[in-house]
Design a protein around this ligand. Structure first.
Ligand SMILES: CCCCCCCCCCCCC/C=C/[C@@H](O)[C@H](COP(=O)(O)O)NC(=O)CCCCC
Ligand SMILES: Nc1ncnc2c1ncn2[C@@H]1O[C@H](COP(=O)(O)OP(=O)(O)O)[C@@H](O)[C@H]1O
Ligand SMILES: [Ca+2]
Length: 559
């Protein structure tokens, strides 16, 4: 059922024919639709002429008879017959028996609430705004209030999900990321696909994800809905909207590190995240505070970026378009996994071999010092930046936008940041470039790792600990300039040898004023709000890998 302020729409059956029924203005109408969704004859009844609506298949004449069924209802109304011979045509009792099959299919959702996300209002938002609407729509939900990080991800990976039509998170981008990892991981396990193989095309996921925003940035929600309003999100879930979404897989050598939807960011955004973890108690404000601190440190980092450009004919990050509901670029994308006219499995198998050879295209190399490097599959808009990191990026076109901001002075970088908040073009600056890409690799330029005063790490023979788990075991051990190099010591999990030289840190003779520590030549990667345990990573876009209960941003010019 679809609801807005003036129209209620639903699919109903009369006998073996399907009808689109709508309550609009003062009329209840039903239009026959054929198998190709073409509309045929419409019957409209003014609401003021409805005599009654009864559950089941009801007859009044010649005598009252009720066949009680859950899925049927009968509408009685005034029927205007065709004109008589000069006298007023008689009215009769109109009667139509409708069948509503969707009433019999009860939707069931698995809901995870992070009680500590954002302003810690997750539970309140769910119980006061979401649960009453689910109840009204006859949707049942199984609610899990999380007690630890990664509980939702592990639940989806391991528990029996039979009977659930979707998984919902009440929280921020971190909570969404847990569901994303759970749903993708489970789908690959069931399909026997290795997530670690960077050349493999992953299996698209059927289980839909819904987001009730209750976090700090709420970027994925804002980007796919156009706002971060819990009621809007709930209504999209109830009506079962379906929006495919590109996902970026991040690898270190041949190990999957994480998936990302909103941002894989190095330099400024990595440093802001590392700094902000020390101020979690500030709630969402921690990003504003840390943003100012890191801005004042005015750092830039050396890097070697390689990217595989996407086909520039279909779209470009500077074409001034917006990806809106029903986007043509997304629906025509050759990278999509959910085709409209073929079964997804046949297209999937046809694409598998093509996929790995795609990675052998023409890679472009850019070397230099960067204020920040950001890769985003979507526009990454959020309340702080309503048009986002890359305003013309597409939700489901199988590409991502790579934004390279080269070393510049503080005022230049402030101009760049500030343009995220207004209508000016943030890419129209001499030190900024943006590319639409299918894959990206990052490494430290040769020689950058060869620095003195490197006391923590020895080349080759020293063990460090890395993990694909949440890496911030002890955020207190990170400080704003003390990001990648040192942070890698504090990660937990799988042990690995020989990755140390590339993570070495550079110390210079001076101390940074704002944070009081020595600058370093290596930053960290911020992957949707998680710090990655590696510096040298490779990323690739997996087109339309997951589906959200959303429909993209509606064109505000259309009522
Ligand atoms: C002078 C005004 C400067 C304003 C700069 C605005 C730039 C905004 C770009 C926003 C990109 C957001 C990308 C999303 C990242 C989130 O996944 C991540 C985790 O969110 P959450 O789970 O809700 O905590 N958020 C961040 O990394 C925060 C980035 C903040 C940057 C200022
Ligand atoms: N009960 C919990 N205790 C601690 N951390 C949790 C809990 N539930 C989820 N998390 C973790 O908290 C992190 C932040 O959650 P999120 O809902 O995104 O809030 P925010 O937007 O404020 O960062 C996520 O990475 C998630 O894994
Ligand atoms: Ca995209």
């Amino acid at each position: 059922m679809e609801i807005d302020s003036v129209r209620v729409e639903s699919s109903l059956w009369i006998g073996n024919k399907r009808y689109r029924a709508s309550l609009s203005g003062w009329y209840f109408s039903w239009t026959e639709v054929d198998k190709r969704n073409r509309e045929k004859k419409t019957i409209s009844v003014p609401v003021s002429e409805v005599i009654g609506v009864k559950e089941g298949r009801v007859e009044i004449q010649p005598q009252k008879k009720v066949e009680d069924t859950d899925l049927d209802f009968t509408l009685f109304y005034v029927k205007h017959n065709s004109k008589g011979n000069g006298i007023r045509a008689p009215w009769s009792l109109g009667r139509t028996q409708f069948c509503c099959p969707s009433r019999g299919l009860k939707t069931s959702l698995l809901v995870f609430i992070n009680p500590f996300g954002g302003k810690k209002r997750g539970k309140q938002i769910f119980h006061s705004l979401v649960a009453p609407l689910f109840e009204l729509a006859g949707i049942s939900s199984h609610v899990v209030v999380t007690e630890r990080a990664n509980q939702a991800r592990d639940y989806i990976l391991k528990k029996d999900l039979t009977g659930f039509d979707g998984v919902i998170c009440v929280g921020g981008d971190g909570m969404f990321s847990e569901l994303l990892h759970g749903v993708i991981g489970r789908t690959q396990q069931e399909a026997g696909v290795s997530e670690h193989d960077p050349t493999v095309m992953l299996q698209p996921c059927d289980l839909h994800i819904g987001i009730i925003p209750a976090g700090s940035t709420d970027c994925v929600c804002f980007t796919t809905m156009g706002n971060n309003d819990p009621v809007t999100s709930t209504l999209h879930i109830i009506i079962g909207d379906s929006q495919p979404l590109d996902v970026c897989s991040v690898h270190y050598q041949s190990t999957l590190v994480r998936y990302s939807v909103s941002m894989v960011g190095y330099g400024f955004y990595g440093d802001v995240l590392a700094e902000s973890e020390r101020h979690r108690w500030m709630g969402p404000l921690r990003y504003d505070y840390s943003g100012c601190m890191v801005y004042l440190c005015n750092r830039s980092y050396p890097g070697l970026v390689q990217y595989l450009p996407a086909d520039s004919h279909s779209s470009s990050p500077r074409d001034n378009t917006r990806c809106l509901s029903g986007c043509r670029v997304c629906s025509e994308s050759k990278e999509r996994l959910f085709p409209h006219f073929e079964s997804s499995s046949s297209l999937y198998s046809a694409n598998v071999s093509q996929y790995s050879s795609e990675l052998e295209g023409e890679w472009v190399t850019v070397e230099g010092r960067f204020k920040c490097i950001s890769l985003t599959c979507v526009s990454s808009s959020c309340p702080r930046s309503p048009k986002g990191l890359s305003p013309s990026a597409h939700l489901a076109d199988g590409t991502a936008d790579l934004i390279l901001v080269r070393e510049t002075n503080s005022l230049g970088f402030l101009t760049y940041l500030h343009r995220h908040t207004n209508t000016q073009d943030q890419f129209d600056l001499p030190f900024v470039e943006v590319h639409r890409v299918k894959a990206v690799r990052f490494s430290l330029p040769p020689g950058e790792e060869e620095e003195e005063e490197e006391e923590e790490y020895e080349e080759g023979d020293r063990e460090i600990q890395v993990s694909t788990e949440n890496v911030l075991e002890d955020p207190e051990k990170l400080c704003c300039s003390n990001t990648a190099g040192h942070s890698q010591q504090h990660l937990t999990g799988r042990k690995e040898r020989g990755n140390v030289t590339k993570s070495r840190v550079k110390r210079r003779g001076f101390v940074c004023g704002p944070c009081g520590t020595k600058p370093r030549s290596v930053s960290v990667w911020n992957c949707d709000g998680e710090i990655l345990p590696h510096t040298e990573i490779s990323c690739r876009v997996q087109g339309q890998l997951v589906r959200l209960f959303a429909r993209g941003i509606e064109d505000s010019t259309t009522p």
